[in-house]
Design a protein around this ligand. Structure first.
Ligand code: C5P
Length: 231
């Protein structure tokens, strides 16, 4: 299974992103474009980055009724991104509809579809106290159940924390794991975190690294450190 480091490009605008990418010339990093950039710059930015040859994970985490998600995925599929995603909380029918939407275009057929299980900013307390998941089900149990749903819906993998990567590996699925921090970096709003080396040990397929690279004094060095630890 393919393994790589994906940089979470959470910037204010396109100018900041291109400034950040300058020193990466020739390195062809895998990029994650999320809500902040997509809502600011729109699909045009994604088309531009694809034309430049970047591999793109378009992280928009769709979550709505099946019909709406299907229609939205038809539009996103035409962008030809490498990976995109939905929330597993939308249920199996919604995940199947998302796949159907992508399959409506030739480019979309090639896009991998993954499902966010439980956000890495959520822990057992929040899951129980705020989301009202029965206390018998911890984050790990819920991640496993959602991953099995995603598999049943015909998806390619899930987003979870590296801490649950062994569960995903066990069921023979791909795990894309954010919540990655280089040793000594601040965890910020994340709650379930791991270093790239630990994520490798736990069996993550891809790690998503944002602030540990984008806010580093030397982003290229931080990226290389992640690659070295993870590959
Ligand atoms: O800066 P940091 O490394 O925390 O960035 C993590 C990125 O991964 C953010 O873009 C965030 O939206 C995304 N993400 C996450 N947890 C998930 C799914 C996506 O942190 N479960």
């Amino acid at each position: 299974m393919e393994r790589d480091v994906i940089i979470a490009c959470d910037f204010k605008n396109k100018e900041e992103l291109f400034e950040f990418l300058k020193p990466f010339k020739g390195m062809n990093p895998y990029l994650k474009i999320g809500m902040e950039m997509f809502y600011k710059e729109g699909p045009e930015l994604v088309r531009e980055l694809k034309k430049m040859g970047f591999r793109i994970f378009l992280d928009l985490k769709l979550h709505d009724i099946p019909n709406t998600v299907k229609a939205a995925m038809e539009k996103l599929g035409s962008l030809g991104v490498d990976i995109t995603n939905v929330h597993a909380e939308g249920g199996i029918a919604m995940m199947k509809a998302a796949r159907e939407g992508l399959d409506a275009t030739e480019l979309g057929k090639k896009t991998k579809l993954i499902a966010v299980t439980i956000l890495t900013s959520i822990n057992d307390e929040v899951l129980h106290n705020e989301l009202h998941v029965d206390n018998n089900y911890k984050v790990a149990d819920t991640v496993r159940a959602y991953a099995l749903n995603a598999k049943e819906a015909g998806l390619d993998g899930v987003v979870c924390s590296a801490l649950e990567a062994p569960i995903i590996k066990e069921i023979g699925f791909m795990s894309v794991t954010p919540g990655i921090r280089l040793q000594g970096d601040s965890v910020n709003d994340q709650k379930r975190v791991a270093t790239p080396a630990y994520a490798k040990e736990l069996g993550s397929s891809y790690i998503v690294v944002g602030r540990s690279i984008t806010k580093a004094a030397d982003p290229v060095a931080a990226y290389n450190q992640c690659k070295k630890e993870f590959e």
